[in-house]
Design a protein around this ligand. Structure first.
Ligand code: SAH
Ligand code: SF4
Ligand code: F3S
Length: 443
């Protein structure tokens, strides 16, 4: 038997999930739990799950399957996050050794759910989706000592035809600007130099308090907090990406030179079928705001290939958009049919081999764009935040303001621990996914 009040947690999915786990961990530790590094050593095993594509969803069932034989030895399993919300009590049938199923809209009730588990209840749920609450807690246990996440808006009110998020995370709800600012100041006081504002549609932020700040105002104010050197935000929805956001970024370089603006498709017809609420031209107008701004901004995106009805011509439009915009990075996915979504009922599914072919073409095109764009940076001196160390290669791992990884060496033997420092690095080599350089800073 493993000691009671030990827990293990594995997190899948997006940064919102990663940050939710930091809050869940803090809540457990405050209740006297101890975190352990393996599921074997834990009494309570938690999986914070993602359901965005079928492959992501299957992972949790694979994990749970590995532990079926543990049934009866006292271990307690909990499924949190998007698969929990989507599958609900069906999880108890599929994996009878699970005792807790809770979606993110119920995490404010976590202490109460823990009490029930501790009392021996083996069917504890948190599945209510309609809520106007956000999960804010001072108990967060942050993973990264330099960059801190702040969730500013939860849920999603859009209804993209392919997407489970509105069904797994509930309605959109913003935190008050006052509580966001208080958290930002607290983080700065604790020594975090970088803040990342989070939301599924971060730029749909709408302050519910009388101050009524929009997202651009919130960005500007967070960037003014003393001690904060970098502010990032993700993910922006193109429809709500207004000029005031770019103006706020132009005014204050603390706001990092990077925008992630998922386009999904370059075809207006497919964007309509997806219910993305913008056309190809409207998206390109948003890009133009960034390309004509005061500083160069790195732009990254997400692409879905093989949405139902996507023809070769639609696909060519996506490739053409990649040529035009010249993204700095791109996440591309084969369309995956998801429960509850409108696209499930759409005809003209694209066969998997064809999706695979299109995916490979997108990735190859993007690779050549990145090889060329990264090579253009050779010789430039860039500021990095040092985030890690690669002992094997004798390199430090830095991140530029525009979110590129820049691995570098430092000639000063006194440079013992550079983690968390901001340094100037000259780029000497480049590859499709990263840059290599030498630090020019005196330490
Ligand atoms: N809120 C963000 C997206 C969050 S999900 C936005 O609106 O842009 C992250 C990415 O997963 C999406 O941008 C999309 O490219 C991809 N994705 C979502 N649902 C998917 C599905 N059913 N199949 C394949 N990719 C999907
Ligand atoms: Fe999903 Fe669309 Fe909401 Fe993004 S905006 S989370 S893609 S429904
Ligand atoms: Fe996945 Fe849920 Fe995030 S479905 S991408 S963990 S919002």
């Amino acid at each position: 038997m493993v000691p009671a009040k030990t827990f293990y947690i594995e997190t899948f999915g997006c940064q919102m999930n990663a940050h939710d786990s930091e809050k869940v961990i803090g809540t457990l530790i405050a209740r006297g739990y101890t975190r352990v590094e393996t599921p074997e050593a834990a009494h309570l095993v938690l999986y914070n799950t993602c359901s965005i594509r079928d492959r992501a969803e299957q992972k949790v069932f694979t994990r749970l399957g590995n532990f079926k034989r543990d049934l009866g030895n006292g271990k307690v399993f909990g499924v949190l996050g998007c698969v929990a919300q989507q599958e609900g009590e069906r999880i108890f049938e599929r994996a009878p050794h699970v005792s807790l199923v809770a979606g993110s809209a119920s995490y404010t009730r976590l202490p109460e759910m823990l009490v029930q588990l501790e009392a021996g209840n083996r069917r504890v749920t948190g599945l209510k989706l309609e809520t106007n609450e956000t999960f804010d807690t001072p108990l967060v246990r942050r993973d990264n000592p330099h960059r801190a996440y702040i969730t500013i808006i939860e849920g999603c009110d859009k209804s993209c035809a392919y997407c489970v998020v509105p069904f797994t995370r509930g309605p959109e709800r913003s935190r008050t600007s006052e509580s966001v600012m208080a958290e930002a100041r607290r983080l700065a006081d604790q020594g975090f130099g970088e803040i990342q504002l989070l939301g599924q549609n971060v730029n749909s932020y709408r302050d519910p308090s009388a101050a009524a700040w929009d997202f651009a105002t919130l960005l500007a104010r967070v960037a003014e907090v003393t001690g904060i050197r970098r502010v990032r935000y993700t993910t922006s929805h193109p429809r709500d990406f207004v000029k005031a956001i770019v103006e706020a970024m132009d005014r204050n370089p603390v706001l990092c030179d990077h925008v992630h603006l998922p386009v999904q498709s370059g075809s207006t017809r497919i964007l309509g079928a997806m219910d993305r609420l913008y056309t190809r031209d409207e998206y390109l107008a948003r890009i133009e705001l960034l390309k004509t701004a005061k500083r160069p901004y790195s732009i990254t995106t997400d692409i879905i290939v093989g949405f139902p009805g996507e023809t070769e011509e639609d696909f060519q439009q996506t490739l053409d958009l990649l040529d035009r915009v010249q993204f700095d990075a791109l996440f591309s996915f084969k369309y995956s049919p998801r429960p509850n979504t409108a696209a499930l009922a759409m005809p003209d599914a694209v066969p998997d081999e064809e999706k695979q072919r299109r995916l490979a073409i997108v990735q190859e095109k993007q690779r050549s764009i990145q090889i060329r764009r990264n090579a253009e940076r050779i010789g430039a001196v860039e500021e990095v935040l040092v985030e890690g160390r690669n002992q094997a290669l004798g390199q430090w791992i830095g991140r530029t303001t525009d979110n590129h990884i820049l691995n570098f060496t430092h000639s000063d033997p006194a440079a013992e621990n550079l983690l968390g420092r901001y340094l100037a690095v000259r780029v000497t080599r480049s590859g499709p996914n990263s840059l290599v350089g030498e630090s020019t800073s005196v330490v």
